[in-house]
Design a binder for this molecule. Sequence first.
Ligand SMILES: [Zn+2]
Length: 75
Amino acid sequence: MTDQFEQASKLEELARREAIKNQQRNKENPLIIDGKRHCLDCEDEILPLRVKSVNAVRCIGCQVHHEALERHQRS
Ligand SMILES: [Zn+2]
């Protein structure tokens, strides 16, 4: 049981960091289809856990790609 708790707290820590990064970023309106949030780029459904924990507007793959693009545009 302890391992599960440790893993959960690690995931929480990761989610917290991602949430802080998200708050610093410009807010984008989420894409909602049939009451579920979908990725702004590929329109895949976003995992409810990601929406709940980091208020995600993109799936993980597109988020990574989007951040790489943002970094490129800033530099
Ligand atoms: Zn996507």
